[in-house]
Write a protein that binds this ligand. Structure first.
Ligand SMILES: [Zn+2]
Length: 184
């Protein structure tokens, strides 16, 4: 684990799983309604990263199944952020306060990856990350920050990214954005 976000890798490539990420995104609008999709990310005995236990969540949540085969080590999770046309059709929506708290509060997770349209977001724990946070407080304060930014004229997607960057910074998390499995 990096000491802090300043000592984290400058970039990340998860090219091998892009087909899984794209598949999840393509399944995120059944019948025109939003339904988040996701996987658990694990290191396999082959030394490669794998996306396993694919599943569906709700319109605004995805709960990963961390029951993984023996020999596989949990690294984190991936999920989609999908908004139907009726919900505004937003893409490029970053990690929510709840997503970030879920990463922090689960000692098994090192990484959290989100895809929303063609944009992708990644947070990585460091030694500067707290071992636990108040999930509802973090979610509420990030939602309040997003509302403030939107009131100030920012669009919702951009507001979600600025709020996520701030929450990451305040919690010693390295933050990346990217597309097609390349994160900088
Ligand atoms: Zn989420």
């Amino acid at each position: 684990m990096p000491v802090d976000s300043g000592h984290s890798p400058k970039s990340f490539e998860i090219l091998a799983l892009q087909k899984d990420f794209d598949s999840a995104w393509s399944r995120s609008f059944p019948g025109g309604k939003s339904q988040e999709q996701g996987y658990v990310l694990v290191w396999g005995p082959d030394g490669n990263l794998h996306a396993v236990n694919g599943g569906s969540g709700t319109t605004g949540t995805f709960t990963p199944n961390f029951n993984v085969e023996s020999g596989y080590t949990i690294y984190g999770m991936f999920h989609t952020h999908s908004y139907s046309v009726a919900e505004g059709g937003y893409t490029g929506v970053s990690l929510s306060g709840a997503d970030i708290a879920n990463l922090i509060n689960d000692s098994r997770r090192q990484i959290s990856v989100v895809q929303s349209g063609s944009l992708q977001f990644l947070m990585l724990k460091t030694e500067a990350t707290p071992l636990s946070v108040n999930r509802s407080a973090m979610n509420n304060s990030e939602n309040a920050a997003i509302s403030n930014f939107v009131s100030g004229g920012m669009n919702f997607s951009e507001a979600s990214r600025v709020a996520a960057v701030n929450t990451a910074r305040q919690n010693g998390l390295a933050y990346y954005e990217g597309s097609n499995g390349v994160f900088i």
